[in-house]
Structure formats: C-alpha cells, structure tokens
Design a protein around this ligand. Structure first.
Ligand code: MLT
Ligand code: ZN
Length: 454
C-alpha cells in the first residue's frame, strides 16, 4: 500500500492529500524560505486522528510536521525533511466561553479573529494578536508564543494559557495545567509546550484565560522628522509612567514603502512615526492619550493626530498591518528579523541597523513594537543573488541585539530561520539542556525535526 492509502485507512475521518497540486499550499509558509514538499498531508479532525498519525510516524520512522494556518515567519511549519504535514486547521471548534470562570476552551485550528469576536460578544478580551488575526490560528500562536502590538501592556500568548491537551510523539494524550487562574503543582509543562514550536507535542486543545474587555480604546499617530526622534518619544512616554496598550514605530523607509498602498496618508516630509493606543474603563484613557501626544510634541513631533472615530482607528491599524508586504514593493527581496532589545537600548539598536545597512550597501527598514523593544528589522535587496551578502549583514544585526541585552527573536520563533543563532544567544549549556528535553519527549527525533536547534 502507498503511504497515502495507509494513512487514509488509518484515519478515515481525516482528509489525506498526496504530494502534488492539492498539497502545494502546505509546502510553504510566510517565512520566504522556499518550498519543502511533504510526502503526504493529513488534515486531522480529532485527537484520535493526531494519535494515529503520531503512532504511525514512529512505526515507519517518518517525520511529522504539525501545522496551523501557515502564517509563521520562521519556517516552523516547513517539512524540511519531508514526511507528513499534520494540519490542525480542521480542528477549529470554540468548545466553550465561560464568563463565570473567565476562560475559553478552544481547538488549535480556531482562527484568532473568530475567537476574539466570540469572547468580545461576552465583553471579555483575549489580548494577544501577532498582527495577522484574520489568518493565523490559535495553534500557531501557541506553538510560537505569539506576541504582537498589545504585548507591551498585556503580555504574550503564554500569559493567557492555563491548560493544554496535547499528544506526545508516542501517541500518549496528556493534559497539563488547570482551569483555575492559579496553580503551581509540579513542573510548568504547559508553558514548556507553549513556544516549543511543535517539537515536543501536538497541542489539540487549550484553555485560555480571558480578561474584561476594556470599555475605551483611543489611538493617535504622531509623525516626526526622523525615527530617532520617534524612538526618543517612546522613552519619554514610559519614563512618564504611562503604559500604552500599543506603541508601534515606523521608520522613514517603512513609511515611504507603505505610503502608496496605505489607507492612511502620512504627511509629506516626515521620517518617523509612532502609533500609540491607550485603553481602559473610564475618562483616564483620554487623558493618558493626550499626555502621550504632548510627550511626542515635546520630543519633536511635527504633528499629532488623534483618531476621531472607529473608522479612522481602523485605517491606522490597516496601514500598520500592511507594512510587511509593502516593503517588497520597494525591493522584491528582504531578510526580516524580529530582534528584541531592552527598551532603553531601542535608539541604539535603530542606529546600529542603519550603520550596518550602510556598511554592507543595503537599504534597511525598521518598524514594530517599539514599546517592548521588539523591532522588525529588514534588509532590502534587488536580487536573490544578494542574499549571501545580506546574511553577513544580518549576523551583525543579531550580534548587536545580543550585545545590547536582547534576543534573536522577540516573537516569530526560531524555526529554521534563526537556528544558526541560538547558541550565540543562549550558550552551549542551555542549548544542550533543551536538546535533552527534546530527547525526553521525542527520543526518535520525528516530531518537527531540525527546528530550533543549530
Ligand atoms: C508584525 O508585527 O506585523 C508581524 O510580526 C509581521 C512582521 O511585520 O514581520
Ligand atoms: Zn510583529
């Protein structure tokens, strides 16, 4: 029997796709790292399907690569070594939203926006959003511990995960954590699995913490002569004791790239911008936004524009969400990093990126979650042949982030894209310890092999 025939017999409720046209979307993700065709794709519909595929993988010594919506940016869902791509997209039920317990229980295939809408109907809030809520799934968010613009105030995905159901590589189903908001029994396996990029177990259900939905959200955009002034304003806002729920920076090249396609038109002659949002439950929100605006002005902002209604607010956020794609309008190729540095080092990081770009002869564009020091640094180039030279420049970007006390990845994960840097950040002993953990879960190295580790 062929692999596909065997799998189809094993998981009759699931869809099994052979290598070829229908499986083509599963060969790639949003990392731009290329195509990696799996031998088969299984679209699981139940925990039993996941169990069966993992047992089969062990028996046949075939790698299994778990996959959410394929929106990842580090290559975590690519079948680098072939094998079976195990898609969780059809396990997309919101099992429960409980106001009494302020939790929800979800399957991994739920699209983030669907979950957000469902909980908001009950005036509850699930804050994490990696800026792709219309496409990304909760499973991918859990695997990579997604962050996004609101992480500066509300934290990242792991801050909201209370319990998991997951299938270990040998097919054992485990339940970790608790539905209660508190619980400290034993090792915190829940938060070991969150962010483990599908290398330790396949998550099949999650219990997530919800908080009250803020009644007021107010947003402004401040434009500056350059990005250094914008970064200076970030510092001033936090120094003043304010905690915006988003504090996003655009540098000049980013603004010029996104300008032509964006619904919001930046004024002419500006070279940096901040998108700032405050939220809460009373009038204090307006005051805080006004204070942030004043601080921007005192740091040299040329204009501060407060969104007057929901439509204006949406335009600003749509503009922000377009950035990643818009950058390829000015140069077709880019290497994107998502380093994070301590907030106090933000200006230094931005300057270093500019210097590195100039030294290697590449335009750069930096933007992102300035409030928590998580910058999306992009090297832009014309042809794929420039990539090798770009990699050398990226090494310097990464080294700078580490030297400034930061990390190689603030939110996209290591995957394939950053594994060569892991040792640089964490050192041999910590990498070796993590590899021992990997072996304890997956002694045959069949679950998402090759990811994370150098
Ligand atoms: C974002 O913040 O927009 C996302 O992390 C994607 C990116 O821009 O790289
Ligand atoms: Zn981001």
């Amino acid at each position: 029997m062929t692999l596909v025939a065997e799998l189809s017999a094993l998981v009759p409720g699931a869809t099994v796709l052979p290598e070829g046209e229908r499986a083509a979307p599963y060969e790639r993700d949003e990392s731009g790292l290329g195509r990696y065709p799996p031998q088969a794709v299984v679209l699981a519909r139940s925990v039993d399907d996941v169990v069966a595929v993992l047992r089969y993988s062990r028996e046949k010594r075939l790698p299994v690569v778990p996959r959410g919506a394929g929106t990842g940016k580090s290559g975590g869902a690519l079948a680098e070594r072939g094998g079976i791509v195990l898609s969780l997209e059809k396990m997309d039920r919101i099992v429960e939203v409980s106001r009494a317990d302020m939790v929800c229980v979800v399957q991994p295939g739920v699209v983030l926006e669907t979950l957000q809408k469902a909980v908001e109907e009950q005036r509850l809030f699930y804050p994490p959003d990696p800026n792709s809520q219309a496409m990304c799934s909760i499973g991918g968010n859990l695997a990579h511990n997604a962050g996004g613009p609101r992480a500066v105030k509300y934290g990242v995905t792991s801050n909201y995960v209370l319990a998991l159901e997951a299938v270990l590589p040998d097919g054992t189903v485990v339940r970790t954590g608790h539905r209660s908001w508190k619980g400290v029994a034993g090792y915190d396996l829940t938060h070991l699995l969150v962010g483990s990029e599908g290398t330790l177990a396949v998550i099949t259900e999650a219990t997530l913490k919800l908080i009250p939905l803020p009644r007021r959200v107010e947003t402004l955009l401040a434009v500056f002569p350059d990005e250094d002034a914008a970064a200076g304003a970030v510092q001033a806002i936090f120094d003043a004791g304010l905690l915006p729920r988003a504090c996003e920076l655009f540098d000049g090249p980013t603004m010029r790239a996104v300008g032509p396609r964006a619904p919001f038109k930046f004024p002419d002659g500006v070279g940096g911008a901040l998108l700032i949002e405050h939220d809460g439950h009373g009038d204090g929100v307006t005051e805080e936004l006004a204070r942030s605006g004043e601080l921007c002005t005192s740091q040299g902002a040329l204009e501060v524009l407060a969104a007057q209604d929901e439509a204006q607010r949406r335009k600003l956020w749509e503009t922000r969400r377009m950035v990643s794609v818009a950058l390829t309008d000015i140069r077709p190729f880019k290497i994107s990093e998502d380093v994070a540095v301590p907030r106090g080092q933000l200006i230094e990081m931005i300057r270093a990126v500019r210097r590195i770009g100039e030294k290697h002869g590449f335009p750069t564009a930096s933007y992102g979650h300035a409030g928590d020091g998580n910058l999306h640094v992009n090297l832009l180039f014309r042809g794929a042949d420039e990539r090798a030279r770009g990699e050398a420049a990226i090494d310097e970007v990464i080294e700078t982030a580490i030297r400034l006390g930061g990390t190689i990845t603030g939110e996209h994960g290591v995957g394939l894209a950053k594994r060569r840097f892991l040792r640089k950040e964490q050192g041999e002993a910590v990498v070796a310890l993590q590899k021992r953990l990997k072996r304890a879960f997956d002694p045959d190295d069949l679950l998402n092999p090759g990811k994370i580790f150098p």
